[in-house]
Design a protein around this ligand. Structure first.
Ligand code: F6P
Length: 551
């Protein structure tokens, strides 16, 4: 299909958005509280349960009629044919002229994804087998460091070469029975310094993870790690203590890493979609190849659901459309991600890259300005910690921040006391955000506490909650590898749906380039080798201030 939208198709999309604005005026005449009171079947109408994964989107400012209008938008934007183009290996990343095939990374062995006459699944499986041999060798001790079996593995990477494996490793800690894992990403020397302090070089393995193998942060940290190994163990030890994951295997070899320890992937894997590829090697070392395969299978299960399910029962489509409603029709600029699952500590950071690097775009595929706001600001922290930090703003602040709540029905821990409290808190928050508390209710509560009438009036405005604040709740059985794979793929496809509706390239990231280029130009000035006079007064002033303030 033609990926770039024709004028006629753009007009269809504009009409669908116009219909949604009319829909907004209808829906906004009632609060969610009123809508729940009027429709006892609201939860069953506005929730979807697929194989033990429940999406409750009933606590949004919409109803079944709104959903029909949203599905009309998805059809006008040809979401289904965009999706089919991705699965058909078309080059939908038009600015880089690349196919987008992270779905092939988690496809079964007998699947077919033909790109330029090659079934990429065969290549994927062959790398997975090589990763398995290496990971299991590390885990068993058959592949060891100069001082014996590896006790610690340090992944050096940034962005997609860090966030995915770091988030997944933490999320799957109950399955972690391999060596200790550490992640170094920041070029701030503090990161690698603090990470290797206390490690034994003779039993430490470094994984250098970089799609391009040029990223300055990763190359700088890798060089520091290399020096640390050489200083402690000698040049000859480098081979035993390094491995790499990259699409640029020639550059890996130039760094001095043995080709047998280099695990490749391909330009059709976006960095933020790469945890399923060789970039997932640290995860495989931590949890083993069998559980890693289960993680891939979970991603694949969501792919099949996304590919084959009608739009109105399709989890990523519904989640994506609700996001469009909140962002474009109701005009909310941000979205909070609030896992009630401590092991999803890094989930919001991971989603920040997935969503904001994918959909933080301002032109459509043909280079013209977008006609709608695109990706929201994504942020969050696990509950219940967030409740005691920023939820005040969610409940009573002047901005409305839609939020996704995620929680497991089953904990890994036997102790239900904690989990019942966790669930109660999670559901209480979405209820409070939806219902709020009217001023009359606040007054009644204060009076029941025995407050004097004047005190009741003084405090009531402070105790009033506007409510009507949108949330989704995603309830899953247990945070196991399969479920985590499904959850990540759910969000990947949600981002895809939204990018298709906005008509943007969700798979490039030109916006991170300018800062990188300027950093390269500024480095000799910071080093004192050239004058900063050519820069603006602020930048030059800051560069000059460093030696003065350094003292
Ligand atoms: O931040 C830009 C970016 O290109 C990301 O998309 C990518 O995940 C990250 O840098 C790291 O890139 P690489 O894996 O090539 O080192």
């Amino acid at each position: 299909m033609t990926i770039v939208r024709t004028a006629a198709a753009a007009a269809e999309v504009a009409r669908a958005f116009a219909a949604l604005k009319v829909e907004r005026d209808r829906v906004e005449s009632r609060t969610m509280r009123e809508m729940f009171a009027a429709d006892p079947s609201r939860f069953s109408r506005l929730s979807l349960e697929v194989d033990g994964l429940l999406l409750d989107y009933s606590k949004n400012r919409l109803d079944a009629q709104t959903l029909v209008a949203l599905l009309g938008l998805a059809r006008a934007a040809e979401v289904e044919s965009h999706r089919d183009s991705m699965f058909a290996c078309e080059r939908i990343n038009v600015t880089e002229n690349r196919a987008v095939l992270h779905v092939a990374l988690r496809a079964p062995k007998d699947a077919t994804f033909m790109l330029d006459g090659v079934n990429v699944v065969d290549e994927v499986q062959s790398v997975l087998e090589a990763m398995t041999d290496f990971a299991e060798g590390i885990r068993s001790g058959a592949i060891a460091g100069t001082g014996g079996a590896f006790t610690d593995v340090v992944n050096i990477g940034i962005g997609g070469s860090d966030l995915g494996p770091a988030m997944v490793t933490r999320a799957l800690s109950p399955y972690h029975d391999g060596p200790r894992l550490h992640f170094v990403s920041n070029v701030d020397g503090a990161h690698i310094h603090d990470t290797i302090a206390g490690l034994n070089p003779a039993t430490t393995l470094f994984l250098v993870a970089s799609k391009t193998f040029t990223t300055i942060e990763t190359m700088t940290n890798a060089a520091t790690a290399r020096r640390w190994i050489v200083d402690a163990l000698g040049e000859a030890a480098v081979g035993a203590h390094f491995a790499a994951m990259s699409t640029a295997l020639d550059k890996v070899a130039a760094f001095g890493i043995d080709v047998k320890r280099a695990f490749g992937f391909w330009d059709w894997v976006g960095g933020r979609y790469s945890v399923w590829s060789a970039i997932g090697l640290p995860v495989m070392i931590a949890i083993g190849a069998k559980d890693f395969r289960s993680f891939l299978a979970g991603g694949h299960a969501m792919d099949v659901h996304f590919r084959d399910t009608p739009l109105d029962r399709n989890l990523p489509v519904i989640l994506g459309l609700v996001g469009i409603w909140n962002r474009n029709v109701l005009g909310f600029p941000a979205k909070a991600v609030l896992p009630y699952d401590q092991r999803l500590l890094r989930f919001a950071a991971y989603l920040q890259q997935l969503d904001m690097e994918s959909n933080g775009k301002r032109v459509t595929l043909d280079g013209s300005a977008v006609t709608q706001q695109t990706g929201p600001l994504v942020w969050g922290e696990p509950g219940t910690n967030g409740q005691h930090a920023f939820y005040q703003l969610l409940h009573q602040g002047t901005d409305v921040i839609p939020a996704d709540f995620l929680v497991a029905a089953t904990p890994h821990e036997a102790d239900d006391v904690h989990h019942h409290l966790l669930l109660a808190n999670c559901f209480a928050q979405t209820e409070a955000l939806m219902r709020g508390r009217t001023t009359d209710e606040a007054r009644a509560e204060l009076a029941a506490e025995g407050k004097a009438p004047a005190e009741v009036e003084r405090l009531a405005p402070h105790k009033t909650f506007p409510g009507n604040r949108p949330t989704n709740t995603i309830l899953y059985r247990l945070l196991d590898p399969f479920t985590l794979g499904r959850l990540i793929a759910l969000y990947e496809h949600t981002v895809f749906v939204q990018g298709a509706i906005w008509g943007i390239d969700s798979f490039d990231q030109w916006g991170v380039e300018l800062g990188k280029q300027l950093a390269t130009q500024l480095l000799p000035m910071v080093e004192g080798k050239t004058s900063p006079d050519t820069r603006d007064a602020s930048t030059a002033g800051l560069i000059r201030a460093v030696p003065r303030i350094r003292g």
